[in-house]
Ligand binder design. Structure first.
Ligand SMILES: Cc1ncc(COP(=O)(O)O)c(C=O)c1O
Length: 431
C-alpha cells in the first residue's frame, strides 16, 4: 500500500467517524443544494432551503390574493414583518429585544451606524480599520470621514496585518489610542477566516473610550455571539451562514444603552410604528433600533430570510460552532495530508478559537484552481492574490463532502488541470 493510499484510508475512516459522531443539525431534505455539487461556498451565499422557498411562495400568494391589504391584513401582515424577523434573529446573535434592526444592505447599515456614531472632535477623530478590510467597509469609512470634511488618508488608520494576512488582537487593542474615535473590525476576517476575540476587544475599546462597529457578516449564524454582553454596535449580512438568499436584508445591532437613537439618516420606515401614517411631516423615531430603518422593506426578500431562519429552530448556536470547528479541523488535516505536496498551505489559524467557518488555502494558482474545481462541481471561491476559500458550513455539510472536495482538488493538482484555466482566470475576475 502506498503512503498516499494509507493517508486516504485514514482520512476516509476519520470522515466516517466524524459523520457518525456529529449529528446533522438540519435534515438534508430541508435544503435545495445545487444538484450534483459539493457546495462549499456558504461563506459567500448560503444555499436555498425548502422553508425559504415556501415563505416566498406564501408572500407571493398573499400579494396575489389581497394586494395592498397584505400590509395590514391576514396572519402575517407585511407592515411589521421586519420587526418580527429582527425578533427571530436576535437570539441567534445574543441581542436583546429591540437591539436589532433588519433591512437594506450591510453597506447601508454600516453607513447608518457610522453616520450616527462617528462624531469626530479635535482631539478624538481617527477611524481604525484593518489593512485589506472588505472593500465596502473601507469605502463606507472613507466616505463618512469625508462627510466630516476630513481627509481619509490622514484620518483613517490601518491596522497592519502580518505576511500571512493575520491580525494580532494585542496590536488591535494597542491601537485604541487616545485620538481614535471609532474602529470598524471584522468578527471573522473574510480572506483568512481568522476570528477576533469580540468580547476582549470590545472591553479594551471601552477602556480606551473607543467605539467599535463590528462587521459580523462572516460570523452571524455561525458563532454563538452574545452581542448584548460583547458589543455596542454591529452590522452583518444574512445571506452567508444565515442562508437568507441573494441580497437578503442586512442587520444592525445597537446596544440598549445607546437607545433611543437619533439616526444620521432618517426615513419614514424608522418612525414609531403608531405614528408612521400620521403624515404630518414630523419624524418621531421608533424607540428601539427600528429607528434606523429608511424606506419600505423588500417583503419577498424578508420572507426568504424569515423562512431560512426557521432552519435554526431548536438548534443551539454552540452546537453550530462546535460542528464548524470539527469540520474545519478535518478540512485542514486533509489539506495537510493531500494538498501540501502540491504546494498548498493552510492560511487560516490552526487554533479553533481563532477561526470562523471557512478554511483559506494558499496557492499561486488559486484563481485557476477555483475554476477547475467548479468544472468538477466543487463550488468554492477565490480571493486575491492567492486564496481559495472552502466553507464546510455546519448546517448542511458533512465530513464525507469535505474529503471528497479535497480529493478532487488533489487530483486536479496531480494532473495540473488548473493549467487549462490560467488564461481564463487572468482575463476575467473570478468571484
Ligand atoms: C465582511 C463583509 N462585509 C460586507 C459585505 C457585503 O456588503 P453588502 O451586503 O452591502 O453587499 C460582505 C460580502 O461578502 C462581507 O464579506
Amino acid at each position: 500500500m502506498s503512503s498516499q493510499t494509507s493517508e486516504h484510508c485514514a482520512l476516509r475512516a476519520e470522515a466516517a467517524r466524524l459523520d457518525a459522531a456529529l449529528p446533522r443539525l438540519v435534515p438534508p431534505d430541508r435544503w435545495q443544494i445545487p444538484p450534483g455539487t459539493l457546495y462549499l461556498n456558504g461563506n459567500s451565499l448560503g444555499p436555498c432551503s425548502v422553508p425559504a422557498q415556501d415563505a416566498v411562495r406564501a408572500a407571493m400568494d398573499q400579494w396575489a390574493q389581497v394586494g395592498v391589504l397584505g400590509w395590514s391584513d391576514g396572519d402575517a401582515p407585511w407592515f411589521d414583518l421586519a420587526e418580527r424577523v429582527a425578533a427571530r434573529l436576535a437570539p441567534l446573535v445574543g441581542a436583546h429585544p429591540g437591539e436589532l434592526v433588519v433591512g437594506g444592505t450591510t453597506t447601508q447599515q454600516l453607513h447608518q451606524l457610522l453616520g450616527t456614531f462617528y462624531r469626530p472632535t479635535a482631539s478624538r477623530f481617527r477611524l481604525l480599520i484593518e489593512q485589506g478590510a472588505f472593500p465596502t467597509d473601507r469605502h463606507a469609512v472613507d466616505s463618512q470621514v469625508a462627510q466630516h470634511g476630513l481627509d481619509p488618508t490622514e484620518t483613517v488608520m490601518e491596522l497592519p496585518v502580518d505576511a500571512r494576512g493575520g491580525l494580532s488582537p494585542d496590536a488591535v487593542a494597542a491601537a485604541f489610542a487616545s485620538d481614535v474615535a471609532l474602529a470598524v473590525l471584522p468578527g471573522v476576517v473574510y480572506t483568512t477566516g481568522q476570528r477576533l476575540p469580540l468580547a476582549d476587544l470590545t472591553a479594551a475599546a471601552r477602556r480606551a473610550g473607543v467605539r467599535v462597529v463590528w462587521d459580523l457578516s462572516h460570523s452571524a449564524g455561525l458563532v454563538p455571539h452574545r452581542l448584548h454582553d460583547e458589543a455596542e454596535l454591529a452590522v452583518f449580512c444574512t445571506y452567508k451562514y444565515l442562508n437568507g438568499g441573494p441580497g437578503s436584508p442586512a442587520a444592525a445591532f445597537v446596544h440598549q444603552t445607546l437607545l433611543p437613537v437619533r439616526p444620521a439618516y432618517r426615513g419614514w420606515w424608522g418612525s414609531d410604528k403608531t405614528l408612521q401614517f400620521a403624515m404630518d411631516g414630523r419624524w418621531t423615531g421608533a424607540p428601539d433600533a427600528g429607528a434606523l430603518q429608511l424606506g419600505t422593506p423588500g417583503i419577498l426578500a424578508l420572507a426568504a430570510l424569515a423562512g431560512s431562519l426557521e432552519l435554526f429552530d431548536g438548534i443551539r448556536m454552540e452546537d453550530v460552532l462546535d460542528r464548524a470547528g470539527q469540520l474545519t479541523d478535518f478540512l485542514a488535516t486533509a489539506a495537510d495530508a493531500l494538498l501540501a505536496p502540491w504546494g498548498v498551505t493552510v492560511a487560516t489559524p490552526r487554533d479553533r478559537a481563532a477561526r470562523g467557518g471557512h478554511i483559506a488555502l494558499a496557492h499561486p494558482d488559486a484563481a485557476a484552481l477555483t475554476l477547475a474545481l467548479r468544472a468538477r462541481r466543487v463550488i468554492v471561491d477565490y480571493r486575491p492574490p492567492n486564496l481559495l476559500r472552502l466553507a464546510p458550513a455546519p448546517l448542511y455539510i458533512d465530513a464525507a463532502t469535505v474529503l471528497n472536495a479535497v480529493e478532487r482538488l488533489a487530483d486536479i493538482l496531480a494532473r495540473e488541470e488548473q493549467a487549462l484555466y490560467i488564461d481564463r482566470a487572468a482575463r476575467a475576475a473570478v468571484t
